[in-house]
Write a protein that binds this ligand. Sequence first.
Ligand code: NI
Length: 403
Amino acid sequence: MSENSPPVVEKIKSRVDELYPEIVEIRREIHRHPELSFQEFRTTALIRDYLLKLGLKIEHDFLETGVVALLEGNGRKSDAGLVALRADIDALPLQEENSHGFCSVEKGIMHACGHDMHTAIILGAAAILAEIKHELAGDVLFIFQPAEEKAPGGAKPLIEAGLFNFYQPSAIFGLHCFPYLETGKVAIREGSLMAAADELYITVQGEGGHASAPHKAADPVLAAAHIITSLQHLVSRVASPYEPAVVSISSIKGGNATNIIPGTVSMSGTLRTMNEELRGTMHKRLRQTVEHTARGLGVDAELEIVHGYPVLVNDPATTRRLRMTSIEYLGENNVEECELLMTAEDFSYYLQHCPGSFIQLGTSGKNIERGNTLHSPLFNPGEAAISTGMGVMSYAAWKWLAQ
Ligand code: NI
């Protein structure tokens, strides 16, 4: 602890230490009983009970699962008025392979993305802020969001159900476990942080025939090969070298014999982009490339694009303040610059309505163990990150309202 830390930092730190065992127990309880997207009924009940005991208000049930709760501070004295903290609560369809004492008891379901950690952390922040609510210059909204893992995600329907009609936070903050960073640290980035992720489905329609007489058929396999190759031109010739973009065709199906040219080939893949303008351009050029390449080879092809989450853009001014706040709480050495991430997150939808920032929470030791990564059956985040998360989020909310 530094002698120069503001008194509220010291107060939060000591409450974090006292609450830690209780919050770890909650995290383990959630970890034992993971639930898939939009089926988080048990988790929702646990969150509700905990928040109601703290004296928070649950004014609206926006969706069947998830909880949105309000902590009223000491009157809305500041312009900031209301700040929001968000956690996602769902798990993944994956069989856990860890051997610790709190493994999932649900067959084929696991908290392998750390949403159990996020939920526990934001519950811990609620407990801390409820205790110092008379020192809060505004209110805090806690959003426990279902279904981050499964498109269209929980954020979009939550917003469509009126979240921002009832509440107008001046900032929203969220975090995610980040196994590539040491426990005790956070990583922050202004502007674009995470990619837009769109699913690509391509059907190449030719005309089947004997493989010994390709001139009497229209070969969709050869066309598929050309399409896959041509699509990589978009990354090198349409996207600027200064703008990251990824096109991956990751499955291809067609044919089942050595001597038959099949009638159709189907492929699927993903597009990742870091700005919405490039995303739109890539959609158009993907379609042209697929259709025209096929036509040039005497077959037809169609591209279906299933839109995923938009680009996650951290508001620069809000993020700068959050960085300062995090440095005050954790010290300069524990706040790093975050790299661009090609993964996607539906926190991006909130940021289209409200300025805010999404930060990465270090959960690893110095050397990451094999398999201990997100979406792995061996994911096992360092629980000490719960302290870091609870502390930073509580102090961020307090500070945002105090300014
Ligand atoms: Ni996640």
